[in-house]
Design a protein. Structure first.
Length: 405
């Protein structure tokens, strides 16, 4: 391998370099080393080339006239690609439009030499998407795309920094998930939480943090929101109110025992219960905050009770032919009427019957008053007529038992 060195310093001598040249070629073009007064089509440090037609060649001079390491940067400014060859027209690289190639000599023992090339640019740069992907981002081929990883939870959980941009779906009963301190995960950390379980999901906080100014938050069944950290506090947005619990009517036929409502059934605010009871009946409503209107239209000498099923929770026993407004707080079911006494100016009841009196009692639905006939007040005891009061007097078909007048 021939190396050109200075007799004074012993260092490799390159031809005097021309810094830049711009070429427009319309035919195969031979380049020259910038020596011996060559000034036309020289090999400059940087050559911008525009080919006026396709399939043209740019031919490098003899490799034996320079040292290894000789370089040239050739950039294609035109719309046609062209080929850079060695001195015998052997292809080194074809340069496409908008591309720049860095070409360098690695062997100069022959006229053609051995050349290598590195592409420096292609108009636009492309990063490695897989390397850039992180929380909330996913590489799809060569591009970055947003991504939300979904996980399910059914027991208590504390979020961590690695949960950034993830979605957690609660599938258990009533439960609690805990946020880290906002300071530990930093501003703009966020997580998506959805309650697809069967009870209230509590969002607990750590330290002195607040969420929307409160010390905690709750998601009812079917609800969701995004929680974001910022300025040593938590904020929520995109709060999705339950798409399940809306104002509808439910009619259920019951015969007794325990009847557990589904979430869809429990979403109905107005609920009517019909059928002949053959035993006491308990209706279990979903353990979530809800307002109800319960109507007991059943028959049979048995009770109808409403509960969340929670141990120690308050329940309501509703008499037949009665309707009340009830409130469920997730644990208790209680009558919305909180006053110890009340009065009304008038009360209109249905006609009723001896078996099913219009005015009866929670503990005995077959004892009370009813309209026996027009202008006649009937007295029902144990489902039978025990007396009828008319304008002519009191008729007691069962007679008087004991005592004397």
């Amino acid at each position: 391998m021939t190396t050109y060195v200075s007799p004074f310093t012993g260092q490799t001598i390159n031809p005097s370099q021309v810094g830049y040249e711009s070429l427009t070629i319309s035919a195969d073009t031979y380049l020259q080393w910038p020596i011996n007064g060559n000034t036309i089509n020289v090999v400059a440090n940087i050559i911008d080339v525009t080919a006026t037609t396709s399939n043209l060649r740019l031919i490098l001079p003899a490799a034996t006239e320079v040292s290894t390491g000789q370089t040239v940067l050739i950039r294609n400014l035109g719309s046609n690609s062209f080929t850079v060859t060695d001195n015998s027209l052997n292809t080194i690289i074809t340069i496409a439009s908008g591309v720049a190639e860095y070409i360098y000599l690695v062997d100069n023992t022959t006229i053609n030499g051995t050349w290598e090339s590195v592409q420096l640019g292609a108009g636009t740069s492309a990063a490695n998407a897989a390397t850039l992907a992180g929380y909330g981002l996913k590489a799809v081929n060569s591009t970055l795309n947003t991504a939300i990883n979904v996980s399910t939870l059914s027991s208590a959980y504390t979020f961590s920094a690695s949960d950034r941009a993830a979605m957690y779906v609660w599938t258990g009963g009533a439960g609690t998930v805990t946020l880290p301190t906002s300071a530990s995960v930093g501003n703009n950390w966020f997580v998506i939480v959805k309650n697809d379980g069967t009870g209230i999901l509590n969002i607990a906080l750590s330290g002195t943090d607040t969420i929307d100014g409160n010390s905690s938050a709750q998601l009812q069944i079917g609800e969701s929101f995004v929680i974001v950290s910022g300025n040593s506090a938590w904020y929520s947005y995109a709060y999705g109110r339950s798409s399940t619990f809306y104002f509808t009517q439910l009619v259920v036929n019951v015969t007794g025992g325990t009847v557990t409502l589904t979430n869809a059934q429990g979403s109905a605010i107005i609920q009517e219960y019909k059928g002949v009871l053959t035993s006491n009946c308990t209706v279990i409503v979903p353990p979530t905050v809800q307002l109800y209107s319960f109507s007991n239209l059943t028959t049979g000498a048995y009770s109808l009770t409403f509960s969340t099923g929670a141990v120690g929770g308050t329940t309501i026993t509703l008499g037949q032919n009665q309707t009340i407004i009830a409130i469920c707080d997730g644990t208790n079911v209680y009558n919305s009427q909180t006053a110890t006494s009340s009065s009304i100016s008038s009360l209109t009841l249905g006609n009723g019957s001896a078996a099913n009196p219009s005015l009866s009692f929670t503990g005995d639905a077959t004892t009370g008053l009813y309209l026996a006939a027009s202008h006649q007040l009937g007295l029902a005891v144990a489902g039978v007529n025990a007396g009828t009061l008319t304008s002519s007097g009191l008729l007691l078909p069962v007679g008087i038992n004991g005592g004397a007048f």
